[in-house]
Ligand binder design. Structure first.
Ligand code: NAD
Length: 368
């Protein structure tokens, strides 16, 4: 039986509630399929701060480094608003991203047919949408130096952020984009601002060279990031994989998220470079939503984003493609059956809670 090591970091608020549903699914897959998942659990965010005075302990960081994949719930909440900046709940997530060198952030925007009416766009624009935004996560303007505010001494201040990318950073994220495209619709659209930014000029050049060297079978197009934002809301189905940097990716992935309706539906993955010996990538999977303190503890959180994040884990960390497809299909069918948590509830549908939604998806997964 294969051994697959998972570290579960449920975190705060609705994080543990959503993670409970994934734990049930893991148990079902181990029992039915001999999937061989071995899980360990750790603390992150406010819960880690309460236990250790840190947003994640060294022991749990070591577990994360040793795991095949990390499943992360959500962190934060008003209880920890006043804690020192370097141990705030989000610091746990940033430390994981940094130490695991997770440079590639994958955010699919999938619009389930049953939910097309809850998007702010017209149903025919979003129905059946299935695109992937690939954002560079560890470079660019959020990290470039200098990054400072200086006093000019004349009543004025100057703020500087530095957008900086080296060739290798663009090459490795572009390679991930082309490889992902090969498993989907085989198209990559790279977005930057080469008309006004030197980093955009280099980005376009390196993406083009990487494509020419190794990935000519994939269709590559380029678009200015502002035009890309416009096209995303005009006709998003024209895209397959969108490749972009940290800053533009932050914005474009949020725009794409809203195409699909609810925050409770959106999964994500962050991947590192493949290990030169084992070929395995470090990886962390998490829902896009936060800890939702306003509904925590009520048993009404939507667990679909967390369950769909686990589907991404099956696909990208364990190459369990058939199981990932089956799980995504189970989610779609449960929605077709009219089951809804309150955040996606609409007239004529059946309102259920977190545990019932998890149970319904697992039952469907088993039956398919
Ligand atoms: P949020 O995503 O937690 O919630 C926004 C709104 O969406 C709330 O009304 C919430 O009830 C709803 N919502 C979110 N997920 C849901 C789900 N699965 N089911 C049903 N409804 C859902 O964002 P926020 O309110 O801005 O932040 C709350 C806390 O979460 C803050 O402390 C913030 O710092 C933190 N946060 C953490 C992460 C993370 O862990 N990656 C991400 C974003 C925000």
């Amino acid at each position: 039986m294969a051994s697959r090591k998972l570290l579960l970091l449920p975190g705060d608020g609705i994080g543990p509630e959503a993670m409970t549903e994934v734990k049930k699914l893991i148990a079902a897959m181990n029992a039915d399929l001999g999937a061989g998942f071995e899980t360990e659990e750790g603390l992150v965010g406010g819960s880690a701060y309460d236990a250790h005075g840190k947003a994640i302990s060294e022991e749990d960081m070591a577990k994360a480094m040793a795991a095949d994949a990390v499943l992360f719930g959500a962190v934060g909440g008003p209880k920890w608003d006043g804690v020192p900046y370097d141990v705030r709940p989000e610091a746990g997530l940033l430390r994981l991203r940094k130490d695991l060198e997770l440079f590639a952030n994958l955010r699919p925007a999938i619009c389930y047919p049953a939910l097309a009416a809850s998007s702010s766009l017209k149903p025919d624009v979003v129905e059946g949408l299935d695109i992937l935004i690939l954002r560079e996560l560890t470079g660019g303007v959020y990290f470039g130096e200098p990054k400072e505010i200086t006093d000019l001494g004349n009543g004025q201040k100057r703020a500087v952020d530095t957008q900086v990318y080296d060739t290798f950073e663009i090459e490795r994220i572009a390679s991930v984009a082309f490889e992902l495209a090969r498993t989907r619709g085989n198209k990559v659209c790279s977005m930057e601002k080469h008309n006004v930014m030197k980093s955009g000029v280099l980005w376009k050049e390196v993406v083009t060279e990487t494509h020419k060297a190794k990935y000519q079978d994939v269709e590559l197009t380029h678009m200015l990031a502002d035009a890309g934002g416009m096209q995303l809301v005009r006709w998003p189905k024209q895209f397959d994989v969108i490749l972009t940097d940290n800053l533009f990716g932050d914005m474009l992935s949020d725009v794409a998220a809203m195409l699909t309706g609810s925050l409770g539906m959106l999964p994500s993955a962050s991947l590192g470079a493949p290990d030169p010996v084992s070929g395995k990538r470090k990886a962390l999977y998490e829902p896009v939503h936060g800890s939702a303190p306003d509904i925590a503890g009520q048993g009404i959180a939507n667990p679909i984003a967390m369950i769909a994040s686990f589907a991404m884990c099956l696909r990208y960390s364990f190459n369990m493609i058939e199981e990932a497809d089956r799980l995504e299909k189970a989610i779609a069918e449960v929605l077709n059956d009219g089951l809804r948590t309150p955040d996606i509830m609409s007239e004529g549908m059946t309102k259920i809670g977190t545990a019932q939604m998890g149970d319904a998806i697992i039952a469907k997964f088993r039956a398919l």
